[in-house]
Design a protein around this ligand. Structure first.
Ligand code: PAF
Length: 284
């Protein structure tokens, strides 16, 4: 195995300094582990963009608003290491909770507006937790480029904003969602679905696709999104937290398709929270 595994920031910085002296550029792919093809696609895009690729693996307690969700979050570091080594990742940074949040830690990064609706409305404190840890990871790695999946579109928007607002010298790159053959967006949480729920789950991707197409064809946003929510409940989702059309950049709610937009959804199936989103574009 040639991938380095480091667990503290001092050791990682020493390695990065060596690469910098050699003139290497550096990419980082932040993850919470339980890696699937979606993560590996981020790694591959990063690999194509930088001489050195760092993957971070940290299940960040401060972004879980629900203790049970944190406890149940899948973890398999050994399998993750094997996958990342096969992708020729240079360094895996897998810090402990104490390394990221040492005794006395008291700082929070909070991005207003973008963090407030959608998932932010249903997961209080979630984006503050994400923003704080991602800021730390960007500063700790001092990477030139950082890669995040479009599946977590609101997260991607929040991270772009914080990097800009805090003048962190990093390019944030969004990478398209990787889907299973039946359309289900890949997620570490999918493994928690029962066999029956796994068959029902792709209904969210299908509802987004059909609704996006209907809106692009001129159907009323309110009618199309209400119909999609009803359809998800009909196929077995126990709750639809939201299914909404938003401005692709500001995430402000849109009642008509007059600019590039994103259709985003979150819902519960079989006790598992699933999210997905697609681009919706005005045709003229
Ligand atoms: O998307 C994730 O896996 C996490 O939210 C991230 C960006 C690694 C921060 O903990």
């Amino acid at each position: 195995m040639s991938m380095l595994i480091v667990r503290n920031v001092a050791e990682m910085r020493a390695q990065i300094a060596q690469w910098r002296r050699a003139g290497d550029n550096i990419a980082v792919v932040p993850t919470m582990g339980a890696l699937h093809e979606g993560h590996l696609s981020l790694v591959r895009v990063a690999r194509g963009r930088a001489r050195r690729v760092i993957v971070t693996l940290f299940v960040n307690p401060s972004q879980f608003n629900n203790a049970e969700d944190l406890a149940k979050y899948p973890r398999d570091e050994e399998a993750d290491v094997t996958r990342l080594d096969a992708e020729h990742v240079d360094l895996l940074y897998a810090p402990s909770v104490e390394e990221i949040y040492p005794e006395g830690f008291a700082t929070k990064v909070s991005v207003s507006r973008l963090s407030e609706g959608l998932c932010g409305a249903h997961r209080p404190g979630h984006f503050d937790g994400v923003s704080t840890v991602v800021t730390k990871l960007l500063l700790q790695t001092q990477a030139d480029t950082a890669f995040f999946g479009e599946k977590d579109y609101q997260q991607l928007s929040v991270i772009r904003r914080l990097a800009r607002d805090l003048d962190i010298p990093v390019e944030i790159v969004g990478v398209p969602t990787v889907r299973e053959a039946d359309g289900l967006a890949m997620s570490s949480r999918n493994v928690r679905l029962s066999e029956t729920a796994r068959k029902q789950a792709p209904a969210m991707a299908e509802a987004l696709r059909a609704t996006g197409a209907a809106i692009e064809a001129g159907q009323s946003v309110a009618i199309a999104t209400e119909a999609a929510k009803a359809e998800l409940l009909n196929v077995g989702y126990s709750e639809v937290e939201y299914l909404e059309l938003r401005d692709a950049e500001t995430l402000e709610p849109l009642s008509k398709l007059d600019r590039p937009a994103r259709l985003l959804a979150a819902g519960w199936l079989d006790g598992v929270r699933l999210i997905d989103n697609i681009a919706v574009l005005p045709t003229r």
